[in-house]
Design a protein around this ligand. Structure first.
Ligand code: RB5
Length: 152
């Protein structure tokens, strides 16, 4: 089976973690698409959240990993974009269940919160877990309905 393609993006605070995860993903055989940033020079996380999300939604990859200082700003920005279900996780159980139950397509990580080892475990759990469907599909549908409702 083909390995999932993973899109990555970060701000300056998440840059070192993004680079570390990119190397580990490639070592594990996952194709990656890097949407920046390219250094630790200060930049704005919503810009990179959007770049990563647009790339994912245009079919440039299967899942997206966003890194910033806390993971929170990235998840707030990403969840404003239609079609995105982003989860900020710092425990493996949540990283697994947000795929199983929420069909999350974006994992947000805080480089100032989790170490590289835990971050990799979170990525592995997220990437290797599939959506369970069933009653969870109805609930995910209800989440997505909120996007429409809020436009009315
Ligand atoms: C940058 O200092 C920091 O605010 C950002 O990386 C992120 O943590 C925001 O949520």
């Amino acid at each position: 089976m083909n390995k999932k393609t993973i899109v990555l993006a970060s701000d300056h605070a998440g840059y070192p973690l993004k680079q570390a995860l990119k190397a580990r993903l490639e070592e594990a055989g996952y194709p990656t698409v890097d949407m920046g940033t390219d250094s630790t020079a200060s930049c704005d996380y919503p810009v990179y959240a959007e770049l990563g999300c647009r790339k994912l939604l245009e079919g440039g990859g299967d899942l997206l990993i966003l890194c910033c200082g806390t993971g929170v700003g990235m998840s707030m920005a990403a969840n404003k974009i239609r079609g995105i279900r982003a989860a900020c996780c710092s425990d493996v159980y949540s990283a697994r269940y947000t795929r199983l139950h929420n069909d999350a397509n974006v994992l947000c990580l805080g480089a100032r919160v989790v170490g590289e080892g835990l971050a990799w475990d979170l990525c592995e759990a997220f990437i290797t877990t599939e959506f369970e469907g069933g009653k969870h599909a109805r609930r995910v549908g209800l989440i997505m309905d909120l996007e429409e409702k809020d436009r009315e």
